[in-house]
Write a protein that binds this ligand. Structure first.
Ligand SMILES: [Zn+2]
Length: 208
C-alpha cells in the first residue's frame, strides 16, 4: 500500500506561517515580487509550472538564489505531470524539489504518479487570497487577513498557465503585498514551507 502525505497547514500552536506563489515563473511579475520580498527580508515558496521553467529558467534560478523555496506545480497545470515539471526544475537549478502542489489542490492529479510522489511532500493550503478572481486589492487583503491563523499556508499567484494572462495576472497581488506582509509580520513569523512544522495526513493510494 502506497501512502501519500498531504499537508494544508502547519502547527496551530506556532506562529509560523508561509506565503506561497503559484503558476510562475512570470517575466512580468516574479522579479518584482522577489524585490518586494527582499525589501522585507521575507522568504517564500514558489510552486512553479514546468512549461514556464522551460521558458524562463533564469527567473527560476534567481528565485532560488534569492533564498526562496521552489516547489513543483506540474508541467502543464492541466496534466498532473509532476515528474516532467521535476525534470525542468532540475534542468534550471540543478536540484529537484521535494514539495509538490497539485493544480486546484485536486488530489486526483496525484493518483497516476503516486510512485513518484510517495516520498514527496504534497502541499495544499488553508488561506486562499483569491487573487486569480476579478476582485479588488482590498478584497485580496481581507481574504488573507481574515483567514490567517497560526500555521497557515497562504496562496497567491505570480504567474499563469495562460500566455495572455502573464502581463496582468499578478498586478493587484504585487501592489497589495507590502501591506499584507506588514500586517502579517506584526502577528506571525513568515517562513518557507520547509521551515514549518507541517501537519500531514496520510492518504492510501486507493483513496486518491
Ligand atoms: Zn496553479
Amino acid at each position: 500500500m502506497i501512502n501519500l502525505r498531504v499537508a494544508s497547514f502547519g502547527n496551530r500552536n506556532k506562529k509560523d506561517i508561509a506565503i506561497t506563489f503559484d503558476d510562475g515563473p512570470n517575466p512580468y511579475f516574479t522579479q518584482k515580487i522577489l524585490d518586494t520580498l527582499d525589501s522585507f527580508n521575507v522568504k517564500a515558496t514558489f510552486f512553479v509550472i514546468g512549461k514556464r521553467c522551460l521558458e524562463y529558467p533564469e527567473i527560476l534560478k534567481e528565485t532560488k538564489q534569492r533564498g526562496h523555496l521552489i516547489g513543483n506545480h506540474t508541467f502543464s497545470h492541466k496534466g498532473g505531470d509532476f515528474e516532467m515539471c521535476n525534470d525542468e526544475i532540475d534542468r534550471a537549478i540543478g536540484e529537484v524539489s521535494m514539495y509538490v502542489r497539485p493544480p486546484f489542490y485536486d488530489l486526483s492529479f496525484c493518483g497516476k504518479e503516486n510512485r513518484y510522489l510517495q516520498d514527496k511532500f504534497i502541499i495544499t493550503g488553508d488561506v486562499d487570497s483569491k487573487d486569480y478572481l476579478s476582485i479588488s486589492q482590498d478584497e485580496i487583503f481581507k481574504n488573507v487577513l481574515e483567514n490567517t491563523k497560526n500555521g497557515s499556508i497562504i496562496d497567491f499567484h505570480d504567474g499563469s498557465e495562460i500566455d495572455d494572462d502573464l502581463k496582468i495576472r499578478a498586478q493587484k497581488t504585487l501592489d497589495i503585498l507590502p501591506k499584507i506582509i506588514t500586517t502579517l509580520r506584526s502577528q506571525f513569523n513568515l517562513v518557507r514551507i520547509d521551515m514549518m512544522d507541517l501537519q500531514f495526513i496520510y492518504f492510501p493510494k486507493s483513496y486518491i
